[in-house]
Design a protein around this ligand. Structure first.
Ligand SMILES: [Zn+2]
Length: 126
């Protein structure tokens, strides 16, 4: 999984993103990202959690202004499955699993970003 794959895959990803619907299956086949990836969760610009994609789990993110987003880690992918925001854009977003991909909930100021390929130390937020 060298970095040189990134450029081309990035373009493919972009195409997938634009085509979404039927391309979802292709995306699945394209193999989830590095096992060492983490889903970084930030609220209003502050990192509040970093969940390893290798461990299935669920987290309720307390967003800005009392909103909540439910983040699920499953099969190496991070997905927001429920949220209190009015637009629901984050819930409709496909799961993310690759370096640099993110799910953003504007109303709750929640950003989930994938950081892959490195086993970054996960520090609690003081
Ligand atoms: Zn949202």
């Amino acid at each position: 999984m060298g970095k040189k794959l990134f450029g081309r895959r990035d373009l493919i990803l972009l195409a997938v993103f634009l085509l979404i619907g039927g391309a979802a299956l292709l995306f699945q086949l394209a193999r989830p990202a590095a096992a060492g990836g983490v889903a970084e969760v930030s609220v209003d610009g502050e990192l509040v959690a970093a969940l390893p994609l290798s461990e299935d789990g669920e987290m309720v993110i307390e967003g800005y202004g009392g909103g909540e987003n439910t983040l699920v880690i499953r099969d190496g992918e991070a997905d927001i499955v429920a949220a209190t925001c009015p637009d629901g854009v984050c819930v409709r977003h496909r799961p993310v699993s690759r370096e640099g991909e993110s799910i953003i909930c504007l109303p709750n100021r929640v950003v989930v970003t994938i950081r892959g390929g490195k086993e970054a130390a996960v520090d609690g937020v003081a």
